[in-house]
Design a protein around this ligand. Structure first.
Ligand SMILES: Cc1cc2nc3c(=O)[nH]c(=O)nc-3n(C[C@H](O)[C@H](O)[C@H](O)COP(=O)(O)OP(=O)(O)OC[C@H]3O[C@@H](n4cnc5c(N)ncnc54)[C@H](O)[C@@H]3O)c2cc1C
Length: 417
């Protein structure tokens, strides 16, 4: 039952130091055994346990998080949601996620603040325009709502852009996806957690997995800082630390880990009502609902688990932003942060059973897994419930690195990584 608060009860709650709030999810002690456990309480782990309960009726489930839920990349990302990918396999994956996002607030009764304000990927040269035209054709054939923008179209959606004749990055047009936009990252994590908890799933925080229990060549559970926990099937969605846990399980993944930075300005009145990506400057930018200008760019190019980010990368992102929007030079930078992202050679995720039977993977989303959370959870839940791939996850199995059927989205749709 959802408790309702009147204005008076909210006032009393404030005076009583918020002692009467109903927690959004239960925090039980971990049991010794579950049917399924999922490691990692980010968006992918939380959506997995929600869909296990919701789609498959499996509720003897726990999600185990070493810190607090949503404290990893899910709470550190720049919240862009889009599905304009190139390969049909990717279109199916990100298209599923996009459709699920569009109904998510209603489904889990939690406002994830999806704002479908549209996104434009800018072309700064004739060559980029030609590639964009081919890309839009391919996307439309695959059923994605992509549109080729002329320079006039870009002027319409980006009146503050630097269209001066001597601009260092002139715009010739772009690729537009009208259904793209942003969603509130914390709300996605908290909404899935609350919905899963209400279906009977245990949300266990401050519970770090330190090792795997392997018996008869199969994964039977995990050792944690809160004791051993056993399960029939184990899922792992620990973006940024997949290789660390894979090493404990006795196998290697084709992954390199890097810091990815982002930053926000002080909040200002609405000045930018689309998401902008400029591969030429290496910058993407949007304005949050609070008014902050949110921007990011490329990876810090040195593999690292240092979650700080280096200054030269930040400087180049800000320099690129000011070439495009000189008026933003008046803004003060308020915060900068980084997250560790796991990058796969073909820039597509890995979903499937690991080389250790009983342990299933959802990892390798690189810089773009927030937009995929509802699909990543649906597909890992399907694997954990049935032991078999969903048609959409099959092409993303780890075996593509032995068969050679790679899905190189960096080459296909030009995503940076
Ligand atoms: C700066 C930045 C900007 C980004 N911008 C975007 C964007 O605009 N759009 C987009 O689609 N994607 C974006 N991404 C990528 C996106 O954030 C990630 O792909 C996505 O959040 C991954 O979700 P997850 O649930 O797999 O991982 P996480 O949210 O990182 O969750 C994994 C969890 O596993 C936990 N964990 C790790 N090791 C252990 C252990 N041993 N035991 C227990 N728990 C453990 C961690 O504490 C963490 O909470 C961005 C990433 C960054 C860093």
């Amino acid at each position: 039952m959802t408790r309702r608060y009147s204005a008076l009860s909210l006032f009393r709650e404030g005076l009583a130091n918020q002692t009467g709030w109903e927690p959004a999810w239960r925090s039980p002690q971990p049991r010794k055994t579950y049917d399924v456990i999922v490691i990692g309480g980010g968006g992918h782990g939380l959506s997995t346990v929600y869909y296990l309960a919701r789609n498959h009726g499996i509720t003897n489930v726990a999600v185990l998080e070493k810190g607090w839920i949503g404290g990893g990349n899910t709470g550190r990302n720049t919240t862009v949601v889009r599905s304009n990918y190139y390969y049909p396999e990717s279109v199916a994956l990100y298209g599923l996620a996009h459709r699920l996002y569009e109904n998510l607030s209603g489904e889990i009764n939690y406002n994830v603040m999806l704002s479908q304000r549209g996104m434009v990927t800018l072309c700064h040269s004739v060559a980029e325009m030609e590639i964009a035209a081919r890309l839009v054709n391919a996307m439309q054939i695959n059923g994605t709502d992509a549109e080729l923008f002329s320079v006039e179209d870009v002027r319409r959606v980006l009146p503050n852009y630097n269209f001066a004749p001597d601009a260092r990055f002139p715009v010739l047009g772009g690729v537009w996806q009208g259904r793209a936009g942003t969603a509130r990252h914390d709300a996605v994590a908290w909404g899935y957690a609350r919905a899963a908890s209400r279906l009977g799933v245990d949300i266990i925080q401050n519970c770090e997995i330190t090792d795997f229990i392997i018996e008869g060549g199969r994964c039977r559970g995990v050792e944690t800082t809160r004791g051993a926990i056993r399960a029939n099937r184990i899922g792992m969605a620990v973006a940024g630390h997949s290789s660390v846990l894979a090493a404990k399980a006795g196998f290697r993944l084709p992954i390199n880990s890097y810091a990815l930075q982002a930053c926000v300005s002080e909040p200002v009145k609405p000045v930018l009502d689309t998401v902008v990506l400029s591969p030429g400057t290496g910058v993407y930018v949007s304005q949050s609902d609070k008014g902050e200008i949110v921007l990011g760019g490329a990876l810090d190019r040195v593999p690292s688990y240092g979650q700080r980010g280096n200054l030269p990368t930040l400087e180049s992102v800000i320099a690129g932003l000011l070439e495009m929007f000189p008026s933003f030079g008046q803004l003060k930078l308020m915060r900068q942060w980084a997250g560790i992202v796991d990058v796969v050679p073909d820039s597509s995720p890995i979903i499937g059973e690991s080389p250790l039977p009983g342990l299933f993977l959802n990892c390798g989303w690189g810089t773009g897994g927030f937009k995929a959370i509802p699909a990543g959870g649906t597909l890992l839940a399907h694997l954990l419930a049935t032991g078999r791939h969903h048609d959409i996850s099959r092409p993303f199995d780890l075996d593509r690195f032995t068969t050679g059927r790679l899905l190189d989205e960096a080459a296909g749709s030009g995503i940076a990584h």
